[in-house]
Design a protein around this ligand. Structure first.
Ligand code: V47
Ligand code: SF4
Length: 360
């Protein structure tokens, strides 16, 4: 690429950019320059590989003590549609796909005050027993904080107990937007940005890798987005524990926020700026379940290197009207990546080639 634009030139020279430069990119760079610069970064890292995971989502309860304004998933106890899976039901859900070579189980739920600490341990043990070789990526920092407050336990104790029962990694949910003013408006009951970051820092120090997210395309500004990315980058400089960043496209259906959600250009810009600013986070996900498959395919040309997975079945975005399938077959996933012009690379939760594939 032959760019005379100084910030783009800096990116192409593998130099870190600061807040002002990131904002300049977001506001002034053409979508072509931005995309090409982000593509250059991802290509230096991974060539034409694009990763995917054979995974299963388990949302064990939608009952939640919080009422985040953007969330269409949560229900109050007794409300129509509220559910909580028993451990036997969790086992059944895992068993229902036991013949499939699943490499990751992604477990997330609402903050259900009725569930005891032992339920979480039993659930992890049950999943581990049925899926001894899969990565278990479970419970957001928000859920960990909820349990810490409810039981007066330290985050270290909870993570040590959970790791002992089978947990391998934490998903990146609950970060939303770190701006305190926006948090107050969008999700006032939710843990503060600092607590979310502290819990991830604790996990990293205990050698538990984690993902991170930003919920974008609602009422936040580019300044809010860049400040959020810089807070993640600063923590990553100290710990190196983040595996993947997921820009979560806000889904506008059935919730109180009355915002529109990002359009295609905003999704590509956000993906590209994330790849460029987060120069120390290895992977950027184009999360097809929220962005749409077509946008996710193009996201791979705007800095993303991961296409997420088979999922079956995604509930959070779909409660908010996501019009994507609830899951994809492994064949369809690979075909989508190939059709986009990339070489599909199957990975596990740690972005390694699954053991099963390494042996064969
Ligand atoms: O934390 C809630 C978000 C998150 C809406 O770590 C919404 O690999 C869009 O974090 N529109 C859960 N988003 C999803 C998540 C995730 C997904 C896939 C992979 C990983 C990973 C993490 O969904 C919540 C919240 O930020 N959310 N409502 C909505 N209307
Ligand atoms: Fe509860 Fe999470 Fe929904 Fe907020 S986003 S209401 S914490 S389930």
């Amino acid at each position: 690429m032959n760019s005379s634009y100084p910030v783009i030139k800096k990116v192409l020279d593998s130099k870190r950019i600061n807040r002002e430069e990131a904002l300049e990119l977001a506001f002034s760079a053409s979508i072509h320059d931005l995309g090409q610069a982000a593509h250059d970064v991802r290509t230096r890292l991974y060539g034409d590989k694009a990763f995917f995971v054979y995974n299963q989502h388990l949302n064990f309860t939608n009952i939640c003590a919080n009422a985040c304004r953007f969330c269409a998933f949560s229900k109050k106890n007794g409300q129509e549609g509220a559910f909580t899976m028993s451990i036997a039901q969790v086992e059944d859900a895992v068993r229902s796909r036991i013949t499939e070579p699943i490499d990751e189980i992604h477990v997330v739920g609402g903050l259900n005050p009725e569930l005891e600490y032992g339920y979480y341990l039993d659930m992890l043990k049950a999943v581990r027993r049925l899926r001894p070789d899969a990565g278990i990526k479970a419970f957001t920092a928000v859920e960990i904080a909820f349990l810490a407050d409810k039981y007066g336990y330290s985050v270290e104790k909870i993570l040590a107990d959970f790791a002992g029962a089978g947990l391998d990694a934490l998903p990146g949910g609950g970060a939303e937007v770190f701006s305190p003013e926006l948090r107050q408006k969008l999700c006032p009951e939710k843990v503060s940005a600092q607590r979310w970051l502290d819990i991830h820092e604790t996990a990293h120090k205990m050698s538990i890798p984690t993902n991170c997210t930003l919920l974008f395309g609602h009422v936040e500004t580019w300044e809010d987005r860049i400040d959020h990315l810089l807070a993640l980058r600063e923590l990553q400089d100290r710990t190196g524990g983040f595996l993947c960043f997921i820009p979560l496209a806000y889904q506008p259906g059935h919730n109180d926020l009355k915002a529109t959600g990002p359009d295609g250009i905003d999704f590509f810009k956000m993906t590209a700026v994330s790849r460029i600013v987060l120069d120390n986070i290895p992977h950027i996900k184009a999360y097809w379940a929220f962005s749409g498959i077509k946008a996710a395919q193009l996201g791979l040309w705007f800095g993303a290197d991961d296409f997420d997975g088979t999922i079956v079945e995604e509930k959070i975005g779909h409660a908010a009207g996501a019009d994507t399938p609830k899951g994809l077959t492994i064949e369809r996933l690979k075909a989508c990546i190939k059709a986009a012009g990339f070489d599909p690379g199957q990975r596990d939760s740690f972005f390694q080639r699954p053991l099963r594939l390494r042996i064969s």
